[in-house]
Structure formats: C-alpha cells, structure tokens
Write a protein that binds this ligand. Structure first.
Ligand code: GLA
Length: 732
C-alpha cells in the first residue's frame, strides 16, 4: 500500500513485511530517504536528520554544502555539494555538469508503467501499485520521474527513472542510476557474485570499508566476471535468520552496482548503467528511460530474499508461453560432436534419443555458411548443405518424424571476417575509425546501433526460422565488446553505442517473439555471461555455464539460484570425463544436479555406455514427476559445498507445503565418517510427512514437519566420491 501524509509530506510504501518511506523536506523540496526495512507503523520521519547540524538550508544556508553532503536523498545530483557519487550526471550545451532535483509532485497508480524498449516487470496475475515521484531541476531544464512499484505480497519494490528534457537545448546524460538508496547499515557485509568463463556466479562476501566499493561490467554484457546483484547482509545473517537487502538490475549490458560508505558511516547504494562508455543525448521534449532495478528486504535470512527474487522473476518478468509449461527434455549436440556433424550423425543421435524418451534435438554451432571450426561464417545464416545434406527442412522433418521437436543454435550479434556477410559489408562491425579491432574467438561484433544492420541480421534469422518447423532457439553471444566505435554515430554520439547495442538486442528478441510467439528461446553467452533479469524477459531459460561438470555446477547453480529461479537455469547431463575439468562423476549424480535446472542432455547418446544410456528413461521420468514442484516451489539452501568443501544440499518445497524434494551431494568420500544430520526447511510444522530416499529405503522416515526441521534427518555417509541422493518428501 502506498500512502501520502500531506501534512508531513511523507510517502509510505508498505509491502507485506517491509516499509519504505520518503519525505519532502524544507522549502526547497528535497526528496529525502527516510527508511527501508522491516515493516513499521509510522514513516519514521523523526529519524531523518534535519534538526541537527547541518540543518536544512532554510535554517542555515551557510552550511548548505555540509547538509547536501550528508542528507539521505532519493535521487542524488552532481556537482552541487553532495560529494558522494550521484544518481545522475549531465553535460549541458555550455559544458556545465551541475544537476540537482527538487520535489514537484507525485502520482499513485495501479497501472504498472512500462519502459519503452526495455524489459519491464508486469503485474501478471497479481496487482501492483506505483508511486511516481516527480522532481525537477529548473536550471538544467530537466524533470525526473522516479518510479517505485510495489509487488506487495513478495516484498519486492522495483525502481526506475525517466529523465525528461524540458529545455530547448539537448542535454547529455553521462550517468544515470536507476536506484539510489542512502541507509544506515554500517556493520553489514557486502555479498556479490563473481566469476569467469566456466565458473560463473560464485558467492563472495566481504566487509564494507570506507569509500566506494563496486562491481560492474564494461564488457558490453552483464559478463561472466561480475554480476548486477548486491546483497547487504547483517552480521551472522544465515539462510533462515538475519537481515538482508537484495538488489538486482534488469539489464543485459554494462552495469555498475556500488556501495559507498561515507564519513558518517552511512551507506549509499547505487545501481544503474555503467557510466564507463556511456553517454546519451536527450533532445528537447524527449525522455530517457533507465532500466529497472529490483529491491527486496528480508529479516528472515537469505532464503526469504532468494524466494522473493524467484517469485518476482517467475511471475513478473518471464513472459514466455513456456513460463508454466514443462520444457521439452532436449539433447544438444555441442559436447557430442562439436563442429563435426552432418545430417546422418544428427539423425543417429535423434533416433537413439527418441528411444530414451528425449523430446527435442538441438543442433548447435556449425550448421551454417562453411563453418567447421570457430573461425568462419558468423553472419551467414544459411544452411551448409554439404553438412546438412538434404537441407534444413529435410533434417527437421526427419527429426519430427522420429517424434522429436527441433531446435537450433544462432549467434546473430556476431560476424566472422571469413564470411559472405563480411565480404559484402566490412563496415557492419563495431570498430574505431583507423584502428584494427581486436578479434575474439576470431569474430567481430555487429554494429547493432545501425538500424540497417539490425534488419540485415534479423531478416536472416527470420528466414531460417520460417524455413522449417523450428521450435527452439539457443541465442548465443560468444565474445565481449571492445574497440567501441560506430560509423553510424557522429563524433558527438559515439558514447551511445553500448546502450544502443543492448536496446537493439532487446528489439531483435522482441521481434523474434512476436513473429514466432510459440518459440522456446534460451539465451546464452559463452556459457552464462548474460544470465540476467533483462534476458529473462525474453527467454524463460538461460544457459547457465559451459561447465557441465556436476561438482562445478553445484557452485555455479548455488550462486545463480541465490537470485534467479531454478526454472531459468539451463542444466544438462554431459559425458565423462567432463570436457571442462576432466572429472568423472556418476551418471546419476549428473542427472540429479541437472534436475534442479531446465534438464537436458549434452552428449553423444550413441556412444555412451550401455549402463548410462539405460539410466536415461528413468531420469526423464523423474524430470516429469518433479518438474512442476521444482519449477514453482520455494528454494531453500541447507548446506553449501562451496563453504564446507564436503557436501551440498538444497530443498524445493511446494507452495502448499504438501511436497518437497531435497538434493544431497557428498562431493568427496570420507573414511570412518558419521551420517550427516540435516535440518530441513520450509515444511509445515504441523503436517506429517513421508521422507523417501532414492535407492536407500532403510533411511526412509515418517515424521512431522516440526520434527524434520528441528531435530533433522540423517543422511548416511556414502561410498565413493561424488555420490548423491534425491529425497522426496510428501505429506501423508
Ligand atoms: C558457447 C555456448 C556453448 C556452445 C558454443 C558453440 O560457448 O555456451 O554451449 O553453443 O558456444 O560455439
């Protein structure tokens, strides 16, 4: 609920368990941030420091700059006396950089504002309420609209900003943060996700020191390396107790997520498009919309934060027709064949896959132009008939005749030097005039700031998808951006390239979904470098990592699931020794780990052992049995291999608490070791449950939820490395 107390000029935004309050103070109308945290009865205006030194400017204008430099503000300006990092910075026609906003008015609406050209959350089956806080800077000729949308039942507030140029000269934005939050949380720690190729999204926690601490990307995409998520966690915050603030940014390009601890031990959290490689001109009468940021607060530990994020992404970001439908169990030929395949080979795989109950064949990289390795043909989106003999339509029809759907891999944003596309349009790639751009994986990036390049790429994609019954696309992006330059943009607008690039990706994917509304889209970027809320608006699932090793996946999937729903995590069973780490893990453990993801296979089913092949139908049966629980339930982390270096355990509990599943992986065998006593989570204390261990009936138990959560459950010490069990818990 959003209320406005006119007398005190205070806005109070209440979700089920949280309160966020804003007050307008002083004659000038500073929009001050008062409180964000556990739900409270009043707006807590008395906690806003306006009656102590430094006073508000109307009381003592002499101390104006010290007021500005400490006042907790909703939308910090730049170059006007607040020396903490601002939410906005500009360059006006005179080269001036000062900008500072004051209150103008507000609107409260139950219509969720959409952000043109950008992913934006929607009410879905629920209802939302939005506060639009209107601010102005008369000197700069700018207005700002700050949007705060409440998803009250799940304790989520989203924020974004629109900047309107009301003056008569263009203004350049040089920084725009979608979220600016001043708060007092000096003893909190900072939680972030970091990684690398094949090691995406590992959880990192560190103390918050003075000054600015940030994570970000200037790589043109969210990146393997850092992630648009920040957690502020209270001392000793655990899975089921303690306080945590979670922040996420719904954007797929360069981002900055920062905490600044100032001279008075206050924190300022900012999140937005990375100012590095960013400028954007706003012409008179035009708007700039900043992407949406998401905030949640929990006083019930990390699990509640995770569950709020999961519900938010599942219900208010993901739009796909596959949102609530089981995804077909796919087999992808990448790790099976790499570039070495043809129609016969694919049909052999499809034939064997059909026998095992697999539902879709995905043809990965190498089917187009004259591509037999990663040096050629990106940009030539027509089938290589010498490999796909008989043509694409023939292959798809044959696969369909075997009872399988067909999916295809594409990398539309890229161009190889050795391609027809490059020969015809050497100027279509991103490069700085007079410099040779650096190839990466021997490829260049299409200059998507140019509308004709977008059309050139999209028209080819559309043609391919219209040529056969293709029901799934894996949209890849296998390099990051550098040598930023566009011949389409004049010298004054080169700084717009990175953001325009992201907008063009969104535009192409929107076109794709409107032309092929039933398509199942899976985004991917050299594994999981563009796993973010922006891409989830277009695709219900994203390839999590090129590392398919079951043990590595425990850590990658733990970090990913801290924020994103399990239903979005592309996860496959692959062959051993694993192609990334050379590890040999049991087939059943690989299956159990992939089950808490989208589930599929990435191996040559014609070549694996008879024993592994024989296990596939059982794994698929389990996928069908548990998928609805796994993709809609609440996620609880019980133990973390990345912390204890021994075993991993997580549970997913259905919303009605009638059933749950627990995955337990004992990574390394230990001699002479006791069973583990695991305390379960999320069950109904009063319900009685049957606990069934896969392959270990002797461990089965019948007990009430309170017993299982407080006294726990014994999980036997297992024989061998990488052993695992799956436990199904249902009420009786
Ligand atoms: C990326 C993807 C892989 C595969 C290759 C193909 O690395 O993450 O799954 O599609 O590209 O080149």
């Amino acid at each position: 609920m959003i209320t406005f107390d006119e007398k005190n000029r205070m806005f109070k935004l209440d979700t089920k368990n949280t309160t966020y309050s804003i007050a307008v103070v002083d004659e000038e109308g500073f929009a001050g941030h008062v409180y964000y945290g556990r739900r409270i009865s009043d707006g807590a205006l008395h906690t806003l420091r306006i009656n102590e030194n430094p006073f508000v400017p109307s009381v003592n204008n002499r101390d104006r700059s010290s007021f500005l430099d400490s006042f907790p503000t909703e939308f910090a300006g730049n170059n006007v006396g607040d020396y903490r990092e601002g939410a906005i910075a500009i360059k006006d026609v005179n080269g001036g950089e000062a900008v500072s906003f004051f209150y103008e008015g507000y609107e409260i609406t139950d219509k969720k504002p959409i952000l043109p050209g950008l992913p934006s959350s929607f009410a879905g089956k629920g209802r939302t309420e939005t506060l639009i806080l209107r601010l102005k800077d008369d000197a700069a000729g700018l207005k700002a609209e700050l949007y705060y949308t409440l998803f009250a039942d799940i304790d989520i507030i989203t924020r974004s900003v629109s900047i309107i140029n009301c003056g008569d000269a263009p203004v350049k934005l040089t920084r725009i943060m979608s979220l600016c939050l001043d708060m007092e949380a000096e003893d909190y720690e900072l939680m972030t996700l970091h990684g690398s190729w094949a090691r995406e999204r590992a959880i990192d926690v560190r103390p918050i020191g003075y000054g600015r601490t940030n994570v970000g990307s200037a790589r043109g995409e969210t990146s393997h390396q850092e992630h648009p998520f920040l957690g502020l966690v209270s001392p000793r915050c655990a899975q089921d107790n303690g306080e945590v603030y979670g922040f996420n940014f719904i954007y797929s390009g360069n981002f900055l997520a920062q905490v600044e601890k100032n001279q008075f031990d206050s924190l300022r959290v900012t999140m937005g498009i990375n100012p590095e490689y960013f400028e954007f001109e706003i012409k008179p009468g035009e708007n700039f919309y900043a992407p949406e940021a998401v905030m949640t607060y929990s006083d019930r530990g990390l699990s509640a934060m995770t569950q709020n994020f999961h519900d938010f992404f599942r219900e208010h970001i993901i739009r796909s027709p596959y949102k609530d439908k089981p995804r077909p169990v796919l087999i992808n030929n990448w790790e099976a064949t790499y570039f070495d395949f043809n129609t016969d080979k694919l049909l052999d795989i499809a034939r064997e896959a059909a026998k095992s109950g697999i539902e879709m064949l995905v043809m990965d990289d190498g089917w187009f132009g004259h591509r037999n390795d990663d040096n050629t043909s990106l940009g030539d989106w027509f089938v290589n008939e010498s490999k796909i003999n008989g043509g694409l339509r023939h292959l798809v029809d044959e696969v369909n005749a075997l009872g399988l759907k067909f999916g295809i891999w594409l990398e539309p944003e890229m161009i190889s030097k050795d391609s027809e596309a490059y020969k015809a349009h050497p100027d279509y790639c991103i490069k700085v005039k007079g410099r040779t751009p650096a190839p990466s994986r021997n490829q260049y990036v299409m200059d998507l700031s140019r509308p004709e390049v977008v059309d050139f790429v999209y028209d080819q994609v559309k043609k391919v998808l219209s040529s056969a019954n293709i029901e799934y696309v894996k949209w890849d992006m296998n390099r990051q951006l550098c040598d930023l330059g566009s011949i389409y943009l004049d010298s004054d607008h080169q700084g717009e390239l990175s953001h325009r690039y992201v907008l063009a990706v969104y535009e192409m994917q929107e076109r794709l979904l409107s032309d092929f509304p039933n398509l199942l889209l899976e985004n991917c970027s050299g594994g999981g470098a563009r796993f973010d809320g922006g891409m989830l608006y277009y695709s219900p699932q994203i390839w999590c990592s090129d590392d398919t090793d079951a043990v590595e996946r425990l850590m990658i999937q733990e970090g990913t699931a801290l924020v994103y729903p399990v239903s979005a995590m592309g996860a496959h069973v692959s062959d051993c020794p694993n192609h990334t780490v050379g590890r040999v893990t049991p087939f059943e453990t690989r299956g159990r780990v992939a089950l808490c993801g989208t589930f599929g296979y990435e191996l040559d089913i014609t070549k694996i052992s008879e024993e592994d092949r024989a296990a596939i139908p059982g794994q698929i049966e389990k996928y069908h049995k548990y998928n609805s629980l796994i993709s809609t339930g609440d996620y609880y982390r019980l133990a973390s291999y990345s912390k204890n270096r021994f075993y991993d355990a997580y549970m997913i509990v259905s919303k009605d608490k009638n059933e749950a599943i627990m995955t337990f992986v004992q990574v390394l065998g230990r001699p002479n070791h006791h069973s583990r006593l695991l305390k379960l989570s999320g069950l109904d204390p009063e319900k009685e449950y049957m606990v069934e261990f896969e392959n270990d009936e002797k461990s089965n138990v019948r007990a009430h939820g309170d017993t299982l959560m407080n006294a726990g459950l014994l999980v036997r010490n297992m024989w061998g490395d990488f052993a695992s069990t799956l436990v199904y818990i249902h009420s009786v």
